[in-house]
Design a protein around this ligand. Sequence first.
Ligand SMILES: [Zn+2]
Length: 168
Amino acid sequence: MHVDVRTQDGTRLGRVEIDQATRPIRVRPSDADRDIFLEWDNATDDAGHLRACITCGDHHLYRSRSLPQVTPFVALIALAGATVSLLGFATSPWILSLLVVVLVIDIGVLVFARTRLVCYRCGSMYGNLPIARYHRSWDPSVAERISNDTHTPAISKRLDRHDREGSS
Ligand SMILES: [Zn+2]
């Protein structure tokens, strides 16, 4: 899987490729100046699916679809196409072929969109991995609960440990 790592304050540290089979305990994302420690304890379920964030240890993840960058462009053309059809020009072969192209791109977007897991707490994104069914999409009530309790003792303890290990 690949991980777009973020720190607790939301700083992007870049992408890193992680082999779930070997479970590395420290990695160096592309934009980070020091190693990141990964927490694998209880991070996967019995089936080997990721169920917790391995960079901050939080157990709240949501699924999100990565849409290719063409999406706004496609939406614009589709809107233009619909407007033109409403105005009665839909019989023009040009317009019809344009609408077909938009349809094809639309389907392509759906096919190529990948589902990712995102951590509520730190925003790290996990892609290219099997995702368990019990992960839901983003939920504002969970997000609010997480932001209200960002500094739980367990988390700060682990960060302390990471800092010590990082400096040794
Ligand atoms: Zn996290």
